[in-house]
Design a protein around this ligand. Structure first.
Ligand code: BES
Ligand code: MN
Ligand code: ZN
Length: 485
C-alpha cells in the first residue's frame, strides 16, 4: 500500500467521508460530537455500549460509503505506543476498500506535541511492501487527509519523519533485492547515485583495495565474477571540522558459504546478508535528507561469497589491512573478514569519535536472542548505554553481550595471528565480536551490532508487514539526535 498524507486546509462536507477521529481513552463521544450527525452519534453511542473500550481503535460502519474509526489517544502513550497505534490504523484500513480518509486530530488535546507525527510515521512505516517483481502489482493508493491544524507537526518534524521513512524504505528496498540483481557491481553503482542527496561517495574497487592491502576483504570476493568494493559515504553537516561519527556495514550480497558450503535451507535466506550495509546506507541517506548538523561517515564492504576455481579455500592464510594475518579455516565465517578490513580502514582514515558496525554476522545470535533483540558488543560502556537507550525509544531493542580477553584463546591460530572460527568453546557470536575487536587498533570507542535475527522478519513486526525491516536506521538516527546533534 502506498500512503499519501495531505494537509488540506479546506472545510469538507463530512457527510460522505471516511473519518478517523482521535478521542480520549474512554471513547467519550462528547468532545467529538460536532463531527457527527445526530443519527451517527446515536448509532455510535449505542454500539459503544457493547464495545471493548480497552481497544485502541474502534470502527463503525455508517454506510457502504462511510466508516468512522475512533482512535483512543491515551495520554500516557510513549513514542513507540503512538507509532504502533498508527500501525493499527494501517491494518484496519488495509482491510477496507476505500482509498480516502479524513483524520480529525483537533478533536482532543494531545499531550505529546509530536503525537500526530509519530502516528502517521507508524502508518507509513507499516505500509511498506516490496512488489517490484510481481507482474500484478495491485498496490493500493491511500490518501490520509489531515483536517484541522492544531496538532499538525511542524514543518521541521514533517521533514524529519519523511527523511526517516525514505531512509528506512531505501534500506528495505536494498535488502529485498535478490542476489542476481543486487550484486556488488550493481550495489556500488546505486551508492554512487546518492551523490544527488549531498553525500560524498567514494568507491574503492579491487585494484585500489589490492594496493591498500585489504586481502581479508578481497579473499571473500575472490570466487565471484563480480567485483569487490569498499564504499565510503561522507556527510558533513557540522559547521566545524569535528571528528565524524562512523558507521560500518557488512555487505555480502549473497553468502553461499563458499567452499564451506551452506546447506540449501540455510542458503536461501542469504540474500539479506548485506542488511548491515543497507542500514548504514539508509542512515546516511536520512542524515543527508534531513540535513543533520553533524559529521558522519558510512563505510560498507561489498562482496559476493561464491565458489569457483578462484575462490578461497579453507586453510588459506590472508594478510589483512591491519597487517595481521588470518587463517581462514571456514569460508562461511566471511562477514568478520570483510569487516576486519573495513574497521581498520575507517579508524585510520577518518579518526572518528566512535565506530558502530552492523552485520548479519552469526546464526548464533538468533539462537541467543531470536528476533526480539539485536546483540550488542562494545568496548565502551557509555556508547553501549546510549545505543540501548535510543533503541528503547524507537523499539529497536538491543541486548548487551560480553567481550572478554579469555575468549581470545579460542581464535588464536598456530599458523597465523588468528583463525576465523573456533571449533570448541561455543559462544559463536562473542568470538566473532572478539575477532572484530582485534581490528580496532587505536582504542576508538566501538560497538558491534549483530542483526542476523533482526534484519528480516518472516511474520512481520509492529512497524513492518514482513520482509526487510530496515533495522538500524531509526535506531542510529535516534542515537545521533539524542546525544550528538
Ligand atoms: N551470514 C551468516 C550468518 C547468518 C545466519 C545471518 C543466519 C542471518 C541468518 C554468516 O556469514 C555465517 O555464515 N556465519 C556462520 C559462522 C560460523 C561458520 C562460525 C554461522 O553463523 O553459522
Ligand atoms: Mn557466512
Ligand atoms: Zn554471511
Amino acid at each position: 500500500m502506498s500512503v499519501k498524507i495531505n494537509y488540506s486546509k479546506k472545510n469538507h462536507d463530512k457527510s460522505n467521508l471516511n473519518l478517523v477521529i482521535f478521542c480520549n481513552d474512554k471513547f467519550n463521544t462528547n468532545p467529538i460530537k460536532k463531527y457527527l450527525s445526530k443519527t451517527e452519534l446515536n448509532y455510535v453511542d449505542e454500539l459503544l455500549k457493547n464495545s471493548d473500550l480497552k481497544k485502541n481503535l474502534l470502527i463503525f460502519e455508517i454506510s457502504s460509503k462511510k466508516k468512522i474509526i475512533l482512535v483512543s489517544a491515551k495520554n500516557d502513550f510513549k513514542r513507540s505506543d503512538i507509532e504502533n497505534l498508527g500501525a493499527d490504523l494501517y491494518k484496519c484500513i488495509n482491510n477496507l476498500k476505500s482509498s480516502d480518509y479524513y483524520i480529525i486530530s483537533d478533536s482532543v488535546i494531545l499531550k505529546n506535541v509530536d503525537f500526530l507525527g509519530y502516528f502517521l510515521h507508524g502508518v507509513v512505516l507499516k505500509s511498506y511492501e516490496f512488489k517490484k517483481y510481481k507482474s500484478k502489482k495491485d498496490i493500493k493508493n491511500i490518501t490520509l487527509n489531515i483536517v484541522g491544524s492544531k496538532n499538525k507537526p511542524s514543518s521541521q518534524s514533517q521533514l524529519k519523519f519523511k527523511a526517516l521513512e525514505e531512509g528506512t524504505f531505501y534500506t528495505r528496498d536494498l535488502v529485498s533485492e535478490p542476489g542476481n540483481i543486487l550484486h556488488p557491481d550493481e550495489y556500488a553503482k546505486r551508492l554512487s547515485s546518492l551523490k544527488k542527496d549531498g553525500l560524498k561517495v567514494t568507491i574503492l574497487d579491487e585494484k585500489k583495495l589490492k594496493k591498500l592491502g585489504m586481502h581479508s576483504l578481497l579473499g571473500v570476493g575472490a570466487g565471484s565474477v563480480r567485483g569487490s568494493y569498499l564504499v565510503t559515504m561522507e556527510w558533513n553537516g557540522a559547521k566545524n571540522k569535528s571528528q565524524p561519527l562512523a558507521f560500518v556495514g557488512k555487505g555480502v550480497t549473497f553468502d553461499t558459504g563458499g567452499y564451506s558450503l551452506k546447506p540449501a535451507r540455510f542458503m536461501e535466506d542469504m540474500t539479506y546478508d548485506m542488511a548491515g550495509s543497507a542500514a548504514v546506507v539508509g542512515l546516511m541517506k536520512t542524515l543527508a535528507l534531513r540535513k543533520a548538523k553533524i559529521n558522519a561517515v558510512g563505510v560498507v564492504g561489498l562482496v559476493e561469497n561464491m565458489v569457483s576455481g578462484n575462490a578461497q579455500r579453507p586453510g588459506d592464510i590472508v594478510k589483512s589491512y591491519s597487517g595481521k594475518t588470518i587463517e581462514v579455516l571456514n569460508t562461511d565465517a566471511e562477514g568478520r573478514l570483510v569487516l576486519a578490513d573495513a574497521l581498520t580502514f575507517t579508524e585510520k582514515k577518518f579518526k572518528p569519535k566512535f565506530i558502530i558496525d552492523l552485520a548479519t554476522l552469526t546464526g548464533a545470535i538468533i539462537v541467543s536472542l531470536g528476533s526480539e533483540y539485536a546483540g550488542l558488543f562494545s568496548n565502551n560502556d557509555k556508547l553501549s548505554s546510549q545505543i540501548i537507550e535510543a533503541g528503547k525509544h524507537v523499539e529497536e531493542k538491543l541486548w548487551r553481550m560480553p567481550l572478554h580477553k579469555n575468549y581470545d584463546k579460542l581464535i588464536n591460530s598456530k599458523n597465523a595471528d588468528m583463525q576465523n572460527i573456533n571449533y570448541v568453546g561455543g559462544a559463536g557470536s562473542t568470538t566473532a565480536a572478539q575477532f572484530l575487536q582485534r581490528f580496532i587498533l587505536n582504542k576508538t570507542p566501538w560497538a558491534h551490532l549483530d542483526i542476523a535475527g533482526m534484519a528480516f522478519s518472516k511474520y512481520g513486526g509492529s512497524l513492518n508487514s514482513g520482509g526487510a525491516t530496515g533495522f538500524g536506521v531509526r535506531l542510529l538516527n535516534q542515537l545521533i539526535e539524542e546525544n550528538y546533534e
